[in-house]
Structure formats: C-alpha cells, structure tokens
Ligand binder design. Structure first.
Ligand code: PNS
Length: 166
C-alpha cells in the first residue's frame, strides 16, 4: 500500500504557456511520462500576457497530442504554479532546458518556486538536440510568414495555425 508521500512522488506537473505546443514540448511530455506514473500537462493562464491561442484551444490541442497515452492529463491553471502543483497532489515540476540561454530564467523560476513552497521541487530535462532551436514564438512567426512548420509542431497544431493565420 502506498503512503501519501509515495503517491505524490509518482505525479509530476509539466507547466507552460504552450502557445502553441511544439515538438519540443511533445518530446519533454513523452519522456517525462515514462518517468512518472502520472504526468499533468498544465497550461498557464496569464491574464497579463496576451496569448495567441486561448487556454481552451491550447488544452484541446494538447489533449489530442497526448490522447494515445494513458497516464497524461491536460489541465489549466491560474495563480501560483506551486499552489497548483500542491493541490494536484504532486511535489515535482518538470521544465525543459534547450540552451544556456534558458538557464537564467529557469534558475530564477525554480528558486522562486522553492522559496514559495519548499516541498515542491523542479526537475529539468534537456531537450532533444533536434528541438533545441524550436520555441513557440518562432513557430508562430514562421507560420505567419508562410514558412514550413510541419516538422516543428504536431499535425493538430499545424492545422490550428493554418486556420488562424491569413
Ligand atoms: O512556457 P513558459 O511561458 O516558459 O511557462 C512559464 C510558466 C507558465 C511555467 C510560469 O510563468 C509560471 O509558473 N506561471 C504561473 C504563475 C507563477 O507561479 N509565477 C511565479 C513563478 S516564479
């Protein structure tokens, strides 16, 4: 029989804006899902940041992306990530690291989160080298300018981008 702490250790939260989800995100999602019994992909609602896709659209895209996996849930949250993580019954946050340029921001985020709630810790996964240059804002820009993004995002995201962009 698992005790409460053991159960918590088996769940991880992978938070992000996912605006839109990219193949880099998918790589982290799939690899994290192998390490934990349950992975919650949590889309952050940030009213201060104007997003391209609504939270609902991002959740729909992610749900389709993870549909073949039995141990991945997609959810959304507002407020503090550490509060969401604790309420979800987890003690682990997953973040992907692409290049050195990600490090400073991620370091600050992780330290602030630990300062806010020391029971929650952050684990970093190095991105696969194929995806190290992919980020959502670049994907949006390339798509807007008519470039090929088919190998940078899952098909459902490409479909949403094509529908949205002129
Ligand atoms: O994909 P992103 O934009 O790099 O994700 C950033 C995210 C959503 C993980 C971060 O902004 C976040 O945790 N937002 C929730 C609000 C919060 O807890 N802020 C304090 C963390 S320092």
């Amino acid at each position: 029989m698992l005790n409460g702490l053991e159960k918590m250790r088996r769940t991880a939260v992978y938070p992000g804006s996912f605006d839109p989800p990219t193949n880099g995100h998918c790589d982290i999602i799939k690899r994290s899902a192998k390490l934990f019994d349950c992975l919650i992909v949590a889309v952050a609602e940030n009213p201060a940041k104007k997003s391209f896709f609504s939270v609902e659209e991002r959740v729909i895209m992610l749900r389709e992306i993870v549909s073949e996996y039995g141990n991945i849930e997609v959810d959304h949250f507002d407020g503090l990530l550490v509060d969401y993580t604790e309420n979800a019954g987890a003690v682990t946050i997953i973040r992907g690291l692409r290049a050195l340029s990600d490090f400073e921001y991620e370091f600050e985020l992780a330290l602030m989160n630990r300062h806010l709630n020391a029971t929650v810790d952050t684990i970093f996964m190095m991105t696969d080298e194929h995806y190290s240059f992919i980020r959502s804002s670049l994907v949006r820009e390339v798509a807007r300018l008519g470039g090929d993004i088919s190998d940078k995002v899952p098909p459902v995201v490409e479909k949403y981008l094509k529908e949205r962009l002129p």
